[in-house]
Design a protein around this ligand. Structure first.
Ligand code: NAD
Ligand code: ZN
Length: 700
């Protein structure tokens, strides 16, 4: 059976009452957001919409026609009005006279800013001419899987004719740009009755006189294509049927946790990459199928798809029936090197005299029979979106190969898009990567005061963070807060007791599964206890030792294992304490366990150095704000120890410090960030005291 993503037809969600309250640009935005909110209509960031609207010219005060068209960047589903570029139609209509032919179409992009209406700073996209010259007021350009399945079929033109008759026309593949805009204009002139056109290997154009009609036609055409495909593929064995069994969820996760860090290490030599694991139904069906290897080799079709997923995926040599994991791991270095060589050959074969230099030759997509798909990119969102795009490509290949012969885009065309000078210019305009982009951090005690402040600091520098804590309720609260401030792609939570070996191992496995591996460990989970030695029970002593020394050992050991497998270095920071260096009255268990942490850090610094694994210590003191420790008995006990009132304690600590300043969680986070980022690349085995100055803890 073909498992089409959803055979239900698209529902018309247009609310005329709401639409009536909007002006013309507002209705365009409304339509765009409706269209983009359903991934069956268009992929993330793909497609664009436009309306030709009458507006007043700010110079002459006269009415003039303005093209509102989705600008460069963003996504139609979530865009706002500022995502549209606005251009004078009368100026756009002067451009054909300047056009020197398709060899020179890229130079037309330079004229678009001259056509800007009302000083709108939004840059025009490359698709602007595709909308400008269609002689209809409203135009939608979408990338629906169901349409691309037809657009990527060997006999796509005949299928289009069969499904849509005169209603929808066909234009062969042509890279988006000025020439294609003129083709569309000519098509409309020659086919005045057509309501749209399918672009070979690309997507759909539809048009109408009102926003509502345009929206309705787009849905209708996609529904028509889906219904036709469903009918044709009913009872059909997708991808030639299954070849491998799909493993159980637990088994798939186990394999993913093992393979992800191995692959990540092999492709992160130049730049750290974040991984994403997808074992959804559509992906599993594909990776387990008979035809997967041959279809994957053909490459993707829609330009959006391969810009995000590279021309081909890697097929990992794993056999789920034999579970040959060790052999698979051993095969990876040669497999990935082979891909890089193949990619370099493709670059050499296709490059032009003025092509930009070859970009990262590593694959983005890794298909694992029986298990699923891994994607890797410079950040988590890009990795996740790449998986979404390859899933679009899978949907296209399934339907297309069921009704015809699926065709990828010809190699040279793919290259010309990938290394298009305009695409390169777009990449050059991207903001510089943040200092921890591509890095993955595990923060123990991540729900608490110092842990969450540190997590937030690392997130703001582009890292992905897994918060691990024993306190489930607080963990959820912190996770929610950090998700709200940094986005749901980059934060995960795992309930974990640092003294429980199995839970620590599981937390590292989760980190690998969620982000592909680990680079940074902030070992911070802790407690504080206070008692004169004669009242220190063995239980209290052991508790301190268990959480502070043994816990730090366990998370470090498991992190070391992953870091060694990746072999691209790493950074560990122990949040110890002033008390690790300075004896304190009535807290021998805590002080001794903290001292053990410092020495453990030094031992690990020694062992890790050859692998580029740095281990350093931050010693806080008296960080009362946000700390759970300071909201428990410890506060009263410390006050008693110094003969102070609990309320006076903060003032006491401040007075005691050399700098006479309060120490905040953010201060600890800052020192910790320094020790994990590349600015401290040459420091290991070090201690930074963040205690507002205390002569007792001066290191020597
Ligand atoms: N706040 C200070 O003044 C101060 C001073 C010196 C050292 N420190 C150290 O800083 C670290 C963080 O302390 P904080 O002030 O943020 O306190 P906090 O209590 O706010 O955070 C500590 C977190 O560790 C978690 N935790 C406790 N036991 C755990 C276990 N077995 N497994 C997993 N998680 C566990 C707690 O649930 C809590 O969320 C601790 O190691 C502490 O000893 C703090
Ligand atoms: Zn397109």
């Amino acid at each position: 059976m073909s498992t089409s993503q959803s055979s239900e037809s698209l529902e018309n969600l247009w609310d005329e009452k709401h639409a009536a309250t909007l002006d013309e640009p507002g209705r365009l935005l409304y339509r765009s957001n409706l269209l983009g909110s359903d991934k069956r209509i268009t992929n993330f960031g793909g497609g664009n919409t436009s309306a030709k609207v009458l507006a007043l010219d700010p110079l002459t005060g006269e009415e003039t026609q303005v093209l509102w068209v989705k600008g460069s960047g963003g996504d139609v589903g979530t865009m706002k009005l500022d995502g549209f570029a606005t251009l004078y139609m009368d100026k756009l209509n002067t451009l054909p006279a300047l056009y020197r032919g398709d060899q020179f179409e890229d130079e037309m992009v330079g004229y678009l800013p001259h056509c800007t209406y009302n000083l709108n700073p939004r840059a025009s996209s490359i698709d602007t001419p595709l909308h400008a010259y269609v002689p209809h007021r409203h135009v939608d350009h979408m990338h629906p899987d169901a349409i691309i399945a037809i657009a990527a079929a060997a006999d796509g033109q005949a299928l289009t004719q069969e499904i849509f008759g005169e209603d929808i026309g066909w234009l062969p593949w042509r890279r988006p740009g000025y020439e294609l805009g003129l083709w569309l204009a000519a098509f409309c002139k020659e086919n005045p009755k057509a309501r749209g056109v399918i672009l070979g290997s690309h997507g759909l154009f539809t048009w109408a006189d009102t926003a509502e009609q345009c929206y309705a036609i787009t849905l209708e055409i996609i529904n028509q294509a889906s219904a036709w495909l469903n009918k044709k593929t009913k009872g059909h064995n997708a991808f030639g049927g299954g070849k491998h069994p799909a493993l159980s969820t637990e088994q798939r996760q186990r394999v993913a946790e093992q393979l992800l860090p191995e692959i990540r290490g092999l492709i992160s030599q130049e730049q750290h990459k974040v991984g994403h694991f997808d074992d959804s139904e559509a992906v599993l069906e594909f990776v387990c199928s008979e035809q997967m290897p041959s279809l994957a080799e053909l490459g993707t079709s829609c330009p959006d798809h391969f810009l995000r997923t590279k021309i081909w995926p890697v097929i990992v040599e794993y056999n789920p029936s034999e579970d040959n994991l060790e052999q698979t791991v051993a095969s990876l270095p040669a497999l990935l090197e082979g891909y890089r060589e193949k990619y370099a050959q493709y670059y050499e074969r296709c490059k032009h005299a003025d092509s930009p230099a070859m970009r990262d030759p590593n694959a983005v997509v890794y298909l694992v029979p029986g298990v699923g798909m891994f994607t890797f990119a410079k950040d988590k969102t890009t990795a996740r979106v790449s998986a979404e795009f390859y899933t679009n490509a899978i949907n296209v290949m399934r339907e297309s190969s069921a009704v015809s012969t699926y065709c990828g885009l010809p190699e040279q065309e793919a290259f010309d898009i990938e290394y298009w000078l305009l695409e390169e210019a777009k990449l050059q305009r991207m903001p510089k990567a943040k200092s921890l982009a591509g890095r993955v951090a595990l923060v123990t005690g991540g729900a608490g005061g110092i842990g969450s402040a540190t997590a937030s600091r690392l997130l703001s520098e582009g890292a992905c963070v897994v918060l691990a804590d024993i306190d489930e309720a607080l963990l959820q609260k912190t996770h929610k807060r950090l998700t709200e401030s940094h986005g749901s792609d980059v934060v995960r939570q795992v309930v974990m007791d640092v003294t429980d070996e199995a839970q620590v191992i599981a937390a590292l496995a989760t980190t690998a599964r969620e982000f592909g591996g680990v680079d940074i460990l902030i070992s911070n989970a802790g407690i504080a206890s206070s008692a004169p030695v004669e009242d220190t029970t063995l239980e209290l002593w052991n508790k301190n030792m268990d959480i502070l020394s043994t816990g730090y050992f366990l998370v470090s050991r498991e992190t070391f294992k992953v870091l060694r497998r990746q072999a691209v270095g790493g950074a560990i920071v122990f949040i110890a304490s002033k008390n690790a260096l300075a004896a304190s009255p009535g807290a021998s268990a805590y002080c001794t366990a903290k001292a053990a942490e410092v020495h453990l850090a030094r031992c690990l610094a020694l062992e890790g150095a050859s692998g580029g694994i740095r281990v350093n210590v931050v010693n806080p003191d008296a960080v009362l704000e946000g700390s759970k420790i300071w909201s428990g008995d410890w506060l009263q006990e410390r006050a008693d120890a110094y003969g102070k009132d609990a309320k006076e304690l903060q003032a006491h600590y401040l007075e005691r410090s050399l700098l006479k300043r309060a120490v905040l969680p953010e201060d600890i986070a800052e020192a910790t960030y320094f020790l994990v980022c590349d600015a401290s690349a040459k420091s290991t085995g070090n201690i930074i005291n963040v205690d507002a100055g205390n002569v007792q803890s001066f290191t020597r």
